[in-house]
Design a protein around this ligand. Structure first.
Ligand code: ACM
Length: 653
């Protein structure tokens, strides 16, 4: 959804840009806002923020005023009182787009108007980002001096779904961590939390009518070599066999989390998986499984499927009823991914049911089951959501699809009239590596999917017809926890890549600029420090980057050069060409370090940017101190025209 009423301002104002180009006066640092707003107009002057602050707001914005008060008191040591005509004024303006806001800082103080309470809340988040990072501290500090630039900001999100999914099933994530993640999401104006509460390895949601779900199914034995994912002496892989911690959320816990999220304008979508990923559920209640027996295979891809008889369907409906009573949000996720159909194929009862229902296949039976449950939740005003595989049969009108395997399928589904939320395995599966450095990994899958690949992900799939673009609701990051055993591992994999996704989903594509984002992120991580997030430290900007515009398929040889931006000392350095987006990459064949016109180190071998991380690493031996060098990266062929990437440069470990 785009809002043409708000104009897009370039990140650096034209006058400043001209000055920079003509007289080498450094451009003023852009305001360190993430995600970048639609329109920013800086004024002349700064507003000195008083120690006693009065806030005026109508009753309907009590929550937003109190969220602001919380940060100002605990972070900046301000004394806040509510008063009419306060120095900070919060209000509603229906002229703005949904979730939009207008923030004005001038000599009179601060005014935030939002279309709705969510808009005001986002205006508050932007205001907080104009303040020192200490505003995010969790302990009361002595009053910190604060000056805010005069500015007028008009803003609204590009996408309505700006999501994060957390898997609390594979490894239980404590409630306190879930609250922290929600708080940090809100700082980034993210508004959907998909909570993966059940899977083969564990059932984490208390259902009063079926207490064995959390007694028996709470933690199915699972063993992951490398329980400590920072121990790279063990090959990253996973098997099953060892109990590893347990844990579940009581209904009381869930109510607390839902209320906490609502205060931050985050809707929680719970996921109750069927027909597969059901080992925990069917271990607790084998009477509802297709075989009627306790599952034997201890596997994430367990063959065990729920049955489709009346009592199993009633069981699912009961679970969904308790789930809906706990989660007031519009969306209920039914999973539906990776369902092997073997048990249904072998079951006489299931085959008979397929015939009675006039269906043609087990895939259609899965669709029928999805439809039954979708109708059940629709009776309570809710919308069913499922992973991509639910499209393999037929879908009820209005069902929302989360494509993860193929963005081509995503486009087809959107063109067929179903809303989609893009969750591509790859850039938005944050259990991927973040670099080719194997010691960096604290997760499961391959990669790398760098900060830039998340940033450059295009939520506006070009294959979707203009009339169907409204079906592209937005995008979501996935935090699967097979090998993220602890909250600090989840944080490491999530941040700062979630900061990039926040901007990818909020900011209009035309206003996105990765270099500008990196500059703002360098300040933003100080906020993450205050929020005590275990984020991955920022890498120095890559000396060499390429885009579809900077290379042409007609070029037989591509030579890319850039300054290393670090003084070099004797030792080994690594140049790592890293594909980040697009269909294909480049074939490099030579990397050189050049100083004062001379090649001082080189590595010559062929390596493709799109696969085999080891071949991609070029080792460059530096024999003496060098202050400033140029990295020259040479490719001898390339495929496709939409490749985008960087050559990262670092000291070898
Ligand atoms: C999935 O990753 N199985 C949705």
């Amino acid at each position: 959804m785009k809002h043409p009423a708000i104009s897009i301002q370039p990140i650096v104002r034209p006058l400043l840009l001209l000055l920079t180009l003509t007289c080498s006066v450094p451009a003023a640092d852009p305001l360190p806002l993430i995600p970048w707003p639609q329109s920013v107009k800086e004024g002349e002057g700064r507003y000195r923020f008083p120690e006693d602050v009065s806030i005026s707001s109508p009753a309907e914005l009590r929550n937003e005023a109190s969220q602001l008060t919380r940060r100002l008191t605990t972070g900046l040591g301000r004394r806040i009182k509510a008063a009419a005509g306060g120095r900070i004024r919060l209000g509603i303006s229906t002229a703005l787009p949904p979730e939009g806001y207008r923030l004005v800082v001038d000599g009179k103080g601060i005014s935030i108007e939002g279309r709705d309470p969510a808009g005001v809340f986002y205006g508050v988040q932007t205001l907080l980002q104009l303040m020192p990072p200490a505003v995010y501290a969790s302990t009361t500090a002595a009053p910190v001096p604060v000056e805010i630039p005069y500015v007028t900001i008009g803003d609204a999100p590009a996408k309505e779904w700006r999501g994060v999914m957390l898997d609390s099933a594979r490894h239980f994530m404590p409630k306190e961590f879930v609250l922290k993640l929600l708080d940090v999401m809100a700082v980034h104006k993210m508004n959907r939390f998909h909570w993966h509460l059940v899977d083969s390895e564990g059932w984490r949601l208390e259902i009063k009518k079926y207490p064995k779900l959390v007694q028996v199914g709470q933690d199915q034995p699972a063993w992951y070599p490398g329980e400590d994912p920072t121990d790279h002496s063990i090959k990253v892989n996973y098997h099953y066999g060892t109990f590893h911690g347990g844990g579940f959320y009581t209904q009381e816990d869930v109510r607390e989390v839902v209320a906490y999220a609502a205060e931050r304008h985050i809707v929680i979508m719970p996921e109750i998986e069927f027909p597969a990923h059901a080992m925990a559920m069917l271990t607790a209640y084998p009477e509802y499984s297709t075989t009627g027996k306790v599952p034997v295979a201890k596997s994430n891809h367990s063959p065990d499927l729920i049955n489709v008889d009346e009592k199993s369907i009633a069981f699912l409906k009961d679970i969904l009823d308790e789930t809906m009573a706990l989660f007031p949000g519009k969306w209920i996720h039914f999973g539906g991914d990776e369902a092997p159909k073997g048990q249904w194929q072998k079951s006489e009862f299931v085959q008979q049911r397929i015939k009675e229902l006039g269906l043609k296949s087990e895939n259609e039976l899965q669709s029928w089951l999805f439809g039954q449950m979708a109708q059940h939740v629709a009776e309570k005003g809710r919308t069913a959501v499922g992973w991509e595989e639910i499209t393999q049969g037929f879908l009820p009108d209005g069902a929302v699809v989360m494509p993860w395997l193929s963005m081509k399928t995503a486009a087809t589904v959107a063109n067929s009239g179903h809303p989609v939320i893009l969750c591509p395995t790859g850039p938005l599966y944050l259990d991927s590596y973040q670099t080719t450095d194997p010691t960096d990994n604290q997760a499961l899958y391959t990669g790398p999917f760098t900060l830039r690949s998340v940033y450059e992900f295009n939520c506006d799939l070009p294959e979707v017809e203009p009339a169907m673009r409204k079906n592209l609701l937005g995008a979501q990051a996935q935090l699967w926890t097979e090998l993220m055993t602890k909250p600090e591992h989840v944080e490491y994999q999530a941040f700062p890549r979630v900061c990039a996704l926040a901007e990818t989903t909020w900011t209009s594509p035309e206003a996105k600029d990765f270099k500008a984002f990196q500059n703002r992120l360098a300040v933003h991580v100080k906020r993450l420090d205050q929020l005590q997030v275990n984020y991955r430290k920022l890498e120095p900007p890559a000396p060499v980057a390429w885009t579809p515009e900077s290379i042409s398929p007609a070029d037989k040889r591509v030579v890319l050069e850039g300054r290393t931006r670090m003084d070099l000392v004797p030792g080994i350095y690594e140049a790592v060409p890293t594909y980040q987006a697009g269909a294909f990459g480049l074939w490099f064949d030579r990397m050189e370090l050049v100083s004062e016109g001379k090649v001082i180190a080189e590595d010559v071998h062929r390596g493709f940017t799109g696969s085999n991380p080891q071949a991609q690493i070029y080792r460059l031996e530096v024999r003496e101190n060098v202050s400033g060098a140029t990295l020259r990266a040479q490719a001898d062929s390339h495929e496709g025209t939409d490749s985008l990437g960087e050559v990262l440069f670092r000291r070898a470990k």
